[in-house]
Design a protein around this ligand. Structure first.
Ligand code: SF4
Ligand code: SF4
Length: 324
């Protein structure tokens, strides 16, 4: 698999990175052992970039895989939603301890959801840069679904890597209080690259709904000018193989990914209409209906699972129809 340098920084990563959100408690909810098996398989096949987050709770899966891995050290990325310096300090320490690593390669502010939020989290960004100066992380970054945030991050000092949501259908891209476009993200990515930053793309399949357009999604994502690597979520070794088949040109023409493994379900009888999930959804996919219950718009839902943990009633369930 091709490798590229992360912007002007002397770290090489494969053009495909391993996203671990899919195996997390909010999605497939794989055991650490099962998750480690898939991570180990991806490492064996040559993927050298692994993405996790404090929120995903997949450190145990990765740690198991890393302990049994004898090859070159992969590049590890993590992220935190913490808005302040102390929260970031704790998150980095947790990642270093939980992953048995002195240094985390890239650490991101996780899912910055607007320019106001970017401003609010400036102390957190400063803390990332302090941690970099102290050698606890190698590079800083910002992950976002917002094109206006991506534009700002692309031009900002103190941000080494931009991690934007971008896909062929502009699915899930936000701007201000409304929707953004892939063209806006492409411009931000080009600016980031021109400024010497690395760029990792996410949600090439829109979090799942675009999977029927598998080839088209990958053709688009892997050819965005300025993109360093595309993070793909893997829930099985077979899915890892399909990416390699795609890259080798041997993917069967009739390849049809499993579309049935994730679905958001809201148990109305448990919902108290508090609105916490509506506020949490980064994609505007939830609203309170006329009866005051949470309802999902499946055209906008990316099955990311971010809403489930904030529900005080555990009324939101990510159903997984396939267990392997
Ligand atoms: S409704 Fe939940 S699963 Fe769907 S996009 Fe919003 S936060 Fe993600
Ligand atoms: S967070 Fe839970 S209880 Fe609150 S509105 Fe959403 S589904 Fe209902």
């Amino acid at each position: 698999m091709k490798k590229r340098q992360i912007g002007q920084h002397p770290i090489e990563v494969t053009e495909i990175g391993f996203g671990s959100l899919v195996m997390s408690f909010g999605q497939l909810d794989l055991t650490p052992e099962k998750g480690a098996e898939i991570v180990s398989y991806a490492l064996t096949r040559g993927i050298n970039l692994i993405d996790t987050a404090q929120f995903y709770q997949t450190y145990p899966h990765l740690r198991l895989a890393l302990r049994s891995w004898n090859g070159p050290d992969p590049v590890i990325c993590s992220k935190s939603l913490a808005p302040d310096g102390y929260g970031i300090y704790k998150a980095i320490e947790e990642a270093r301890r939980s992953l048995d690593r002195d240094v985390i390669d890239v650490f991101f502010l996780h899912e910055v959801y607007g320019l106001d939020d970017l401003w609010y989290r400036r102390p957190a960004l400063e803390a990332l840069n302090e941690a970099k100066a102290k050698g606890k992380i190698r590079l800083t970054g910002i992950s976002t679904h917002h094109s206006d945030v991506a534009e700002e991050a692309a031009a900002s000092d103190g941000v080494d890597v931009l991690f934007p949501l971008v896909n062929v259908a502009s699915m899930g891209i936000r701007r201000g209080d409304g929707f953004g476009t892939k063209e806006e993200m492409e411009r931000a990515i080009a600016t980031a690259a021109a400024n010497g930053k690395g760029v990792f793309g996410m949600k090439a399949f829109g979090g799942g709904p675009l999977l029927p357009r598998y080839r088209e999604c990958l053709d688009y994502a892997l050819n965005i000018p300025g993109l360093t690597s595309e993070m793909i979520g893997f829930g099985s070794c077979e899915e890892v193989d399909r990416i390699f088949d795609y890259l080798d040109g041997t993917l069967p023409a009739d390849y049809a990914p499993d579309m049935n493994r994730k679905e958001l379900f809201i148990e109305e009888t448990d919902c108290i209409g508090c609105g916490a999930c509506v506020e949490r959804c980064p994609n505007g996919a939830l609203h309170l209906n006329a009866d005051g219950f949470s309802e999902v718009d499946r055209r906008l839902c990316m099955t990311c699972g971010y809403c489930a943990p904030v529900c005080p009633m555990r009324a939101i369930i990510m159903l997984t129809k396939r267990q392997d």
